[in-house]
Design a protein around this ligand. Structure first.
Ligand code: AMP
Ligand code: ZN
Ligand code: FE
Ligand code: FE
Length: 284
């Protein structure tokens, strides 16, 4: 069993983190982690680089992803661990998601461009080739143009869902997300299920339905979960024997979240590894 700090939720420049996968691994070593999961939004294209970077570090890499799903206007994030990245349903759904995200970001930028001096090229300049595009890249372009101090300020203003510039993107239901991850041999864990507001928030009534559909676990220790929400989640996890995780949701310089600020107990990671059939942890 792995001993030492385990962080099961991080983003690289393959989605909206600011560090390339290899740099993220270097940061994980500096942070003193024993195991780290790479969970880019709707993409597994960072897995190979992360694997290569982990050799000789003594770190364990848990390959994963944060799949975008939604219930109406609520965006719901589903972490998936140790699944087969070549699973046809998964490849099909994530390809569609990345494409929808691209067009949605373009539409948002067109709207913002009517009021601010910013265009699509400014946004593309902030993303690495083939990255899963999202509001963070638009935020970086707004910062570069001097319209916001940092990503958080851009999210609180121009990119807020109430700003008039916001658009949702298409995404599967959380139920379908769970099925896709499980069909690929992975373990689905609901990300930050108790955040405030409409971002990444799931109506409580849906949670039981997800558990019945095969949800493996819930991410409880996360800075965006409310204290009351964490209590409810702990009770639910006890009652249904769910895996419980904790993580940073690190985005490099894109968010204040620091690697290892929340961690997962080794026994809980062991449960994920035992249950997964799609991929194995990579020991460096
Ligand atoms: P999107 O999926 O394109 O709507 O953008 C959501 C992403 O933006 C998530 O990955 C969050 O991590 C990130 N995000 C949300 N709020 C903030 C914030 N205040 N500062 C920086 N990043 C944020
Ligand atoms: Zn993100
Ligand atoms: Fe998330
Ligand atoms: Fe995340």
């Amino acid at each position: 069993m792995i001993t030492g700090p385990i962080d099961l939720h991080t983003h690289s420049s393959v989605s909206d983190g600011t560090e390339a996968p290899a740099d993220l691994i270097a940061s994980a070593v500096t942070a003193g982690l024993a195991a780290v999961a790479l969970t880019d939004h709707d993409s597994t294209s960072g897995w190979d680089e992360a694997r290569a970077a982990i050799v000789g570090t003594g770190l364990t890499l848990i390959p994963g992803m944060e799949l975008s799903t939604r219930v109406g206007y609520n965006s719901v994030h589903m972490l998936g661990y140790l699944f087969d990245p070549a699973s046809p349903e998964l490849v099909e759904e994530t390809t569609r998601l990345r494409n929808d995200r691209l067009h949605r970001a373009e539409r948002m930028v067109t709207r913002i461009g009517a009021d601010y001096d910013i265009d699509w090229g400014d946004v593309l300049a902030q993303a690495s080739e083939g990255a899963t595009l999202g509001r963070p890249h638009i935020a970086d372009a707004l910062v570069a143009k001097g319209y916001a101090r940092d990503r958080s300020a851009a999210f609180a203003g121009i990119l807020h869902w109430r700003s008039g510039y916001y658009e949702p993107h298409e995404a599967p239901s959380p139920l379908l997300g769970i099925r896709i991850i499980r069909a690929a041999g992975g373990v689905p864990v609901l990300a930050h299920p108790a955040t405030r507001g409409r971002e990444a928030n799931l109506p409580q009534s849906h949670l039981l339905e997800l558990v019945e559909a095969g949800l493996g676990g819930v991410e409880i220790s996360h800075r965006d979960n409310t204290e009351g929400g964490k209590q409810t989640l702990r009770a639910l996890a006890d009652e249904y024997d769910l895996i419980v995780t904790g993580s940073s949701d690190y985005h490099g310089e894109g968010k204040p979240n620091r690697l290892g600020e929340n961690t997962t107990e080794p026994e809980q990671l062991e449960r994920i590894i035992d249950r997964a059939t799609g991929a194995a942890p990579f020991v460096g």
